[in-house]
Ligand binder design. Structure first.
Ligand SMILES: [Zn+2]
Ligand SMILES: [Zn+2]
Length: 551
């Protein structure tokens, strides 16, 4: 038996999502076997130049793949399913998801040509499945994508309520969330551990209802002249559905723009979520519509430069042009880190005299995560013995644990990625730490986030690059002018002079070197070039020196 194989006990082990908001991967272990809940990714920040996607390092469970029973997905957001096309095939176990989530996953697997290799099993809403010692039931909770689900996981050691991402919404646009009565009954039956979403633990207010957004958007859009553009997260199908209602009520044609918007709408239709939705037009139809008969819904609310809104705002969209009197509504919140991109778009719009409305001005967005009043309600219904906060940065997790204690939960355990928590038997506690890490998708290649490639890339990005090739004969004499190449060194119009100086520096350093050790001689030249560059530019470029030999 490998160490860390679960014995007569119930373990919880997050491999991702418990140091950050993103890349959620959680393991539960019991009697020799593991199940995985979610397999998400996160988006790279500027510290990872040239890289978009970040995945959790699954080495721990890959080494024990024969003990893994399946991957259960709570819902279809990228931070819960995004790593599936890259990491699931190697694990070799089936995926389980409710219909809408499964539709999104199937699309991803098809794009990667993995739809035959990776088994995907569809579980109906409120459906059940059994994996080894785990009896699992899906419990629908409202969220900002259809089919947000908690998992009720019954084990020989007690019941876990894994919330997934959730909120309370008394009047959701799509779906019928679990009722307080149902959740209270779970609590009456006894909940050992609540493993819950910490995203909005700092919010004093409840998240609010989708229906409130509909009412507010109707108010904003009625009697409006000019085109209306509303941007939101494509995955928020309830919000897109709301836009359909607004279009109908204001006599406008609905135009959906953006690849992810098309994909979500297709999966939504296929799974029956867009039954009373108006006909949808594409970007090419905008030309034929009167401005005051047009409602454009598009991607790009986070300022993504490739998304539709950015191209519309900068005037580079092939078919949608905006002018004065038009309106752009951001029906979204700013995700931290995207402020600059969003400001850039809003500035472009302001320069054209286009009015912009955001959640700061009007009630045009509600969050998909629970604020304190909702956390209090849920903990009150479930009355768990143990609370384990997940889905947050360390500060969110600590605050969520403190909040749970303040409403009467006796035991709380704050994980970090890699913490092995024994939930039962005995008091819940961290009993071990296993290695975890981050992987990045660089081009088509998956590599460690702290590996050589990323370190080198960062150095090149920050300092630039100089290469010098020394042409030498058999006797070690320089027989031609060294060939110098520069990338990203700040010399501009002095480039030619700088290159000539480097040639001098290289020749002098080469000739002055005493001894027969070639490696040391190259290093001597390299250091001389680097010092020259530093003295003349203040930068320390990456310098490569090599020999080319001739007879
Ligand atoms: Zn989510
Ligand atoms: Zn999430």
């Amino acid at each position: 038996m490998k160490t860390d194989t679960p014995g007569e006990e119930l373990l919880f082990l997050p491999l991702g999502g418990s140091n950050e908001i993103g890349m959620n991967v959680n393991l539960y272990g019991c009697r020799g076997k593991w199940i995985m809940v979610d397999l998400g990714m996160t988006f790279a920040d500027p510290s990872l130049p040239g890289i978009d996607l970040v995945f959790p390092d699954l080495s721990f469970i890959e080494d024990r793949a024969e003990d893994l029973l399946g991957i259960v997905l709570t819902h279809g957001h990228e931070d819960h399913i995004g790593a599936i096309p890259y990491l699931a095939a190697e694990l070799g176990v089936p995926l389980y998801a409710t219909p809408f989530t499964a539709g999104l996953i199937r699309h991803k697997l098809q794009e990667e040509g993995l739809d035959r290799e990776v088994k995907l099993k569809i579980i109906p809403m409120q459906g059940k499945l059994t994996l080894g010692a785990f009896d699992i039931q899906y419990a629908h909770l409202a969220h900002s994508i259809p089919e947000g689900n908690a998992l009720i996981i019954d084990t020989p050691f007690g019941r876990i309520f894994h919330t997934g991402d959730w909120k309370l919404d008394k009047a959701p646009i799509l779906g019928k969330p679990s009722t307080p009565e149902f959740l209270t009954k779970l609590g009456d039956e006894g909940v050992l551990a609540y493993v819950g979403d910490s995203t909005n633990v700092f919010e004093e207010e409840e998240s609010g209802s989708e229906t409130g957004v509909l009412e507010s958007l109707l108010e904003i859009c009625k009697n409006r002249k000019g085109r209306i553009v509303i941007t939101t997260f494509a995955s928020n199908l309830a919000r897109v559905h709301t836009m359909g209602k607004v279009a109908e009520a204001t006599g406008r044609s609905l135009v959906l723009v953006g690849r992810s918007m098309d994909r979500i709408a297709r999966v939504g239709r296929d799974t029956g979520y867009l039954k009373d939705f108006p006909p949808v037009l594409g970007a090419d139809d905008v030309d034929t519509l009167a401005p005051d008969k047009t409602l454009i819904v598009c991607t790009g609310c986070q300022g993504e430069p490739q998304a539709a809104l950015s191209r519309i705002a900068t005037g580079s969209h092939s078919s949608i042009k905006l002018s004065k009197n038009d309106l752009v509504v951001f029906s979204s919140k700013k995700i931290p880190g995207n402020d600059l991109g969003i400001a850039h778009i809003q500035n472009q719009l302001a320069l054209k005299g286009i009015e912009v409305i955001t959640e700061k001005d009007h009630h045009v967005h509600v969050s998909g995560h629970p604020g304190k009043p909702e956390l209090r309600a849920m903990l009150g219904w479930l009355r768990p013995q143990i609370a384990v906060p997940v889905h947050g940065e360390p500060r969110h997790l600590a605050a969520h644990a403190a909040f749970a204690r303040s409403v009467g939960v006796k035991q709380t355990v704050v994980p970090t990625n890699g913490s092995v928590i024994r939930l039962a038997p005995g008091d819940a506690k961290i009993i071990n730490h296993v290695p975890v890490g981050r992987l990045v998708l660089d081009g088509d290649v998956i590599i460690p986030a702290d590996g050589r490639t990323v370190v080198e890339r960062r150095r090149l990005q920050e300092n630039g690059y100089i290469s010098a090739t020394l042409v030498v004969n058999k006797r070690g004499k320089l027989v031609a002018t060294p060939a110098i190449a520069l990338q990203g060194v700040p010399v501009e119009e002095d480039r030619e002079r700088f290159v000539n100086d480097i040639i001098d520096v290289a020749e002098r350093a080469y000739d002055k070197f005493e001894g027969n050790d070639e490696a040391k001689q190259l290093e001597h030249v390299r250091v001389a070039i680097r010092r020259f560059a530093k003295d003349n530019t203040g930068k320390k470029p990456v310098v490569d020196v090599q020999f080319a030999r001739v007879n």
